[in-house]
Design a protein around this ligand. Structure first.
Ligand code: F6P
Length: 365
């Protein structure tokens, strides 16, 4: 391992943003500088900043000050820049091209001894492919969906749960005043962690998640039971990836291979079903990217800091091809190859789901 300022490491953020990304960047820069005297080069807009003409900037403790509490990422990000299948336009035609070799050349030209990739399953997959091409990669897990199995929790998740819970608290009072049903669509593509935790914390009456396909009749029975009682209003939390039994996820946009690029619409579909069967006044609130933005909560700032410190330590230990992982109480690491194999989904028979059902929450089953 090179010593002092001769050692240059690159850092990028890929995929959807999450509160806490800046905390990781800040911790990487400070640990590199304070403990090792290394230089950190920030790469803009994920792997796009390494494709073709590079887009980078040296990061110092000075120019990364005051960012711990800021949402988003000072480096920018994209969830469409895969160098192994890059979209290129030539003579008016759009096609896919493997630009990974040019990325490897750029990493060498920038004299980056190691590369820290902060990302979700997509970006970590790309990171692992670069590791297999000889790049000294370290992964840092990130996703508000909390769906990575190799780490106990990802930063951004708790902030998203706080945001969604706060929205539910507010929606309860207006739903009650108008004796309405309010359907709240939250993020959660394959995993319903945000819906489940915010639903429990925000005392939702119905929680619909991708892992438990729902039966509209069960949902409507629950709402009608409440309608007969003193409190006529109901709050339904639905994860964007939830689907009815025998039905499909609500997809807005797919790519050429059929992968769902954008989800949306399940909240409206559920609302329509409730309206039809119960005759009640129903409204829909889609929280969308509000859950991804804003200031990270205190525990996400701490987790992000610990992840950033560990990423630099892994470089010092030359543990390349590894991803930082939180296994309470320790922050440790797992091979990237293993980390990207399995998603962390809500188990329909878990204690958390059972606890919610015990206090009367309906999962549409
Ligand atoms: O991966 C996190 C996530 O929040 C998913 O729940 C959601 O489907 C996706 O990001 C939306 O990302 P974007 O709007 O940036 O494409």
């Amino acid at each position: 391992m090179k010593k002092g300022a001769n050692m240059r490491i690159g850092i990028l953020t890929g995929g959807g943003d999450a509160p806490g990304l800046n905390g990781v960047i800040r911790a990487v820069v400070r640990t590199s500088s304070i403990r090792y005297g290394w230089k950190v080069i920030g790469i803009f807009d994920g792997f796009e900043g390494l494709m073709g003409k590079t887009n980078t900037k040296e990061l110092t403790p000075w120019n990364t000050r005051g960012i711990l509490f800021r949402g988003g990422t000072i480096l920018g990000t994209t969830n469409r820049g895969n160098p192994f299948a890059a979209t290129v336009a030539s003579k008016g035609k759009i096609s896919e091209k493997d630009l990974s070799d040019s990325v490897v050349r750029n990493i060498k030209r920038l004299r980056l001894e190691a590369l820290i990739v902060i990302g979700g399953d997509g970006s970590l997959n790309i990171a692992n492919r670069f590791f297999n091409k000889g790049i000294k990669v370290i992964g840092v897990p990130k996703t508000i969906d909390n769906d990575l199995s190799a780490t106990y929790v990802t930063f951004g998740f708790k902030t998203a749960v706080e945001t969604a819970t706060d929205a539910l608290d507010k929606l309860h009072t207006t739903a009650e005043s108008h004796h309405r049903v309010i359907v709240v669509e939250v993020m959660g593509r394959y995993a319903g962690w945000i819906a489940l935790e915010a639903g429990i914390a925000g005392s939702a009456d119905v929680i619909l998640i991708p892992e438990i396909p729902y039966d509209m009749k069960q949902v409507c029975d629950k709402i009608l039971e409440r309608k007969k009682s003193d409190c006529k209003s109901s709050i339904v939390v639905v994860a964007e990836g939830a689907r009815p039994i025998g039905g499909e996820m609500a997809v807005i946009e797919k790519d050429a291979s059929g992968y769902a690029l954008r989800l949306g619409g399940v909240g409206n579909a559920v609302a329509e079903g409730i309206r039809r069967s119960t005759g009640m006044d129903v409204r829909v609130t889609v929280l969308g990217h509000i859950q991804r933005g804003g200031s990270p909560c205190a525990s996400d700032r701490i987790l992000a800091t610990r992840y950033g410190v560990k990423a630099v330590e892994l470089i010092a230990e030359e543990k390349f091809g590894h991803m930082v992982s939180y296994q309470p109480p320790a922050v440790t690491s797992v091979p990237l190859e293993k980390a990207i194999q399995k998603m962390k989904l809500v188990a329909p028979d878990s204690e958390l789901v059972a606890a919610a059902e015990s206090v009367g929450v309906c999962f549409g089953r």
